[in-house]
Ligand binder design. Structure first.
Ligand code: ATP
Length: 261
């Protein structure tokens, strides 16, 4: 579908189109379309812009990845179509390998997702080699399969767009979990050590810039950033931001959104 550049919601429609094309290419699962729609709804609530608190969340996330001994970035179908190049760059900058980790139709889709990333320049993709596959406890079926060199042995797992079950299972294995999730009330956001409440399309490029800066800092500085970060407190700030924004809109600013006087 051709989306005219002057359409008021051109960016959002183009992104939606990427997800639909990704589904036809068997990269995105059908359920990924529903998850995307849920994300769009929450993006309206934050004004489709990065809230200042999300930048603090992103900073804590990058510090945690840089301090980790074995960090890993988990890739699902949605992020593989939304921001693959940025995830490859973030992986290179932080030294965290990329692991394809899918919930639905794993066997069919994982090679397609991995090839997409390899074609875009990723050097290595974990999660597709049967020799290294193992399981995480507490989960059933294909959702438990992970790479022994990646998620299984990682101390910090960055899972942009994850579901609550798997986040809690990873936490119960003693791992630190970082997520990007537009829903501040999802189980994933609540259970993560660092939840970034922002659209993954904005969050990952911002994390790249933060990583360039934090890479130059001493370990003690990075530790300070993490020590003052508290996920529950951070989610409260996000919820307050959303509720105050909605209150303002409800009072007198709604017409501004319609771009009329
Ligand atoms: P949970 O199990 O964590 O309570 P859930 O069942 O909604 O939540 P999923 O179905 O896996 O979990 O949904 C993935 C999450 O990703 C949703 O909360 C959705 O808001 C969020 N999401 C979807 N698209 C984006 C995006 N582009 N950027 C950030 N978050 C997104």
């Amino acid at each position: 579908m051709t989306i005219p550049d002057d359409h008021p919601r051109a960016n959002s429609l183009k992104t939606r189109e990427k997800v639909i094309e990704g589904m036809h290419a068997k990269i995105v699962a059908e359920a990924g379309l529903i998850a995307h729609g849920r994300g769009e709804a929450f993006d309206y609530l934050i004004g489709e812009k990065t809230p200042s608190n999300a930048l603090n969340q992103e900073k804590a996330a990058v510090a945690m990845i840089l301090l980790a001994e074995n960090p890993v970035i988990s890739i699902n179908g949605n992020v593989a179509v939304l921001c693959p190049e940025d995830l490859i760059l973030l992986s290179e900058l932080t030294g965290a390998p990329l692991e394809v980790n899918l919930f639905y139709n794993r066997a069919e889709r994982e090679k397609i997702v991995a090839n997409k990333l390899l074609n875009l320049g990723a050097e290595q993709i974990l999660g597709i080699d049967a020799e290294y596959q193992t399981s995480i406890p507490e989960l059933t079926h294909s959702r438990r399969v992970v790479d022994r060199r990646g998620i299984y042995s990682a101390d910090v797992v960055f899972v942009p767009l994850e579901d609550g079950d798997r986040t809690t299972a990873l936490r119960k294995m003693g791992k630190k979990v970082i997520t990007v999730d537009l829903n501040p009330l999802s189980r994933t956001s609540l259970w993560a050590n660092v939840a970034i409440v922002n659209n993954v399309i904005r969050a990952i490029p911002e994390m790249i810039e933060i990583a360039k800066e934090l890479k130059e800092q001493k370990q003690a500085e990075l530790e300070k950033i993490i020590n003052v970060f508290d996920n529950s407190e951070s989610l409260k700030i996000t919820l307050t931001f959303i509720s105050e924004r909605l209150e303002k809109l409800a009072k007198d600013e709604l017409k501004k959104l319609k771009n009329i006087d």
